[in-house]
Write a protein that binds this ligand. Structure first.
Ligand code: C2E
Ligand code: MG
Ligand code: MG
Ligand code: MG
Length: 291
């Protein structure tokens, strides 16, 4: 695993770090303090229907506001949180905050599905379905309010147990999505075997697709593959209107990206939704229905 370098903040997670090292112990302490000291923030990124421009959902993305280091991005601490098991605490926090947000939005007439990212450790937690059942009943939400994003590598860790957990979650009515599709250990066999509803094309194929024929071919084939398997196909990393149009022309169902919105603090979503009206969306759609 290579921790991505970012200009916005220092890299906290060093793959060379030994589990028992003093540095990693102090990071674990810091994560625990962060949970107690309310240093985690829920950001959300809108998920949009590419044909209509309508907002259909949002992805929950966690942020850590460190008192000294400032914003620490998930790529810098999620791998470590997974390694140490802290991720389960974090996932529960994200689930709780996402449910609260969903309920609040529903009260304002916005019925949006929230996508939550799960990691390997979450999938190995036999109590996860019960935790979701409890969450849904406490917040008076239907199972259709949640989509769970999983990566292929998370499934690979312990495929049998992961599949059992996923089947129970799916039977409860929660949506399942394969995140970052096309990267890592892609195994088409999992697509066949797992009860997934959605396939999310990794942003590395989307970011420059209007200038890269190879990317376009991969994206087109992935959309066709997903549709042939009866899945909803979502593209992440849409940074321009040109890419939106291209994806809409290729029949991609939904998308996320900086062109529509960066991930924003959860409490800014309602104002964003009120501003996100047809003009931009309608213009983009007009262009998209050129086929
Ligand atoms: P992901 O689930 O694949 O999320 C998509 C990432 O792409 C997010 O990065 C998002 O900010 C970024 N992104 C969205 N649109 C664009 C775009 O147009 N251009 C570019 N360049 N990037 C875009 P973020 O928020 O830094 O999260 C990184 C990864 O950390 C996520 O990838 C996910 O795997 C993990 N993560 C984030 N929050 C959570 C969480 O609550 N739990 C778990 N287990 N993992 C999380
Ligand atoms: Mg995701
Ligand atoms: Mg992704
Ligand atoms: Mg990703």
């Amino acid at each position: 695993y290579a921790a991505k370098q970012r200009t916005e903040g220092p890299v906290v997670y060093d793959p060379a770090m030994d589990k028992s090292s003093a540095k990693s112990l102090s990071l674990l302490t810091e994560l625990r303090n962060a949970a107690e000291g309310n240093q985690f923030r829920l950001h959300v990124q809108p998920k949009i229907s590419l044909a209509s421009g309508q907002v259909v959902g949002m992805e929950a993305l966690v942020r850590w506001v460190h008192p000294e280091r400032g914003n620490v991005f998930p790529d810098e601490f999620i791998p470590f949180a997974e390694q140490t098991g802290f991720i389960r605490i974090l996932t529960r926090w994200v689930m709780e905050r996402s449910a609260e947000l969903c309920r609040e939005l529903a009260g304002r007439g916005h019925h949006l599905k929230v996508s939550v990212n799960l990691s390997t450790r979450d999938l190995l937690d036999q109590d996860l379905p019960a935790k979701f059942a409890d969450l849904l009943s406490r917040h008076k939400l239907g199972p259709g309010s949640f989509c769970l994003e999983i990566t292929e590598s998370a499934i690979m860790d312990d495929p049998v147990r992961a599949q059992q957990t996923l089947e129970r979650l799916s039977a409860m009515g929660l949506d399942l999505s394969i995140d970052d599709f096309g990267t890592g250990y892609s195994s088409l066999a999992y697509l066949k075997r797992l009860p997934v509803n959605e396939l999310k094309i990794d942003k590395s194929f989307v970011l420059n697709m209007e200038h890269d024929e190879g990317d376009t071919k991969i994206v087109r084939s992935t959309i066709d593959l997903g549709h042939n398997m009866g899945l909803r196909v979502v593209a992440e990393g849409i940074e321009s209107e040109a890419v939106w149009r291209l994806l809409a022309d290729l029949g991609c169902d939904q998308g996320q990206g900086y062109f529509m919105s960066r991930p924003i603090p959860a409490d800014q979503l309602v104002p964003w939704l009120e501003k996100w009206q047809a003009p931009l969306a309608a213009a983009a759609v007009e262009g998209a229905v050129s086929y």
